[in-house]
Design a protein around this ligand. Structure first.
Ligand code: 9WO
Length: 250
């Protein structure tokens, strides 16, 4: 996958390029990550990248011409063969990103992420240059970079070969639409609390059933909005019913 980022702060992305799974995927050439800094597309002596909003008020917007030039350069840099380029803008006004969206976005071959700063960007830039405006949640950051990095990390994990164990992205939380079950590691007793017996039993079938039940239960308790009874098979419905009964008679 070829990725480009339009940002005034490309150095921030060293968190992705220098560390962990994303760093390894870039080093291995599984993904490429290029940067386009609007400041490099300014023409004035002071290399101005902000501008005043029409209508007045405090705060600034990103200056339009350098931003447009940087976005178009990112598009050109990605273009070539006939694979489509998707240009994404991260903002609190965007469509909320779900697990499904990450999978869909991760399938695209070429993507540019536009990071806003200040109070954002001219609406006509959104209309003319942005294919998808996306949000990671109902909060405001100081800029789009941290949101772009989070989305990039999530997409890179789905690139073939990015994870050591090919299956682990599939086994992640949300892969089956449910929250992950509770997990335990050593020591077997910690703070007077024991690891659930079944996990020490060696009975793989019982462990699998326990994990599914806990997964259903955790989702029911913490994210009831994710539970769609129609989507559960008969065994899952029975396991959830048992979890709820045990929870309510505890
Ligand atoms: C800044 C500001 C300052 C004073 C008064 C109002 C203000 N609004 C903003 C603002 O919304 N700035 C945004 C910063 C502009 C677009 C990039 N920024 C951003 C992206 N903040 N939060 C996100 C974001 C992106 C994706 N998911 C969650 C949040």
């Amino acid at each position: 996958m070829q990725l480009s980022v339009v940002t005034l702060f490309p150095e921030m992305f060293s968190a992705l390029t220098d560390w962990g799974i994303s760093g390894r995927a870039i080093k291995q050439g599984i993904v490429s990550l290029d940067f386009y800094n609007p400041r490099d597309f300014t023409k004035d002596k002071h290399r101005t990248v902000d501008d005043k909003p029409f209508g007045g008020g405090p705060g600034m917007l990103m200056k339009t011409e350098p931003l447009i030039e940087a976005i178009r350069a990112a598009r050109r840099g990605l273009a070539g063969d006939d694979q489509e380029v998707t240009v994404v803008y991260l903002s609190p006004q965007g469509r909320p990103v779900k697990h499904r969206d990450v999978i869909d976005l991760a399938q695209r071959k070429k993507m540019a992420l536009v990071c806003g700063r200040y109070q954002g960007i001219d609406n006509r830039v959104i209309e003319s240059e942005i294919d998808e405006e996306l949000s990671l949640g109902d909060f405001v950051l100081s800029g789009g970079e941290l949101a772009a990095m989070a989305l990039l990390d999530a997409m890179i994990r789905f690139q073939p070969g990015a994870l050591g164990d090919e299956d682990s992205a599939q086994q992640d939380s949300f892969a089956n639409g449910l929250l992950h079950c509770p997990e335990y590691t050593r020591p077997q007793e910690f703070d007077g609390k024991e690891v659930p017996d079944v996990l020490l039993s060696g009975d793989h079938s019982a462990i699998k059933t326990w994990r599914m039940k806990q997964s259903l239960g955790a989702t029911w308790l913490k994210r009831p909005d994710l539970i769609d009874k129609e989507q559960l098979d008969q065994e899952q419905q029975d396991l959830l019913e048992r979890f709820i009964n045990e929870y309510q008679t505890r």
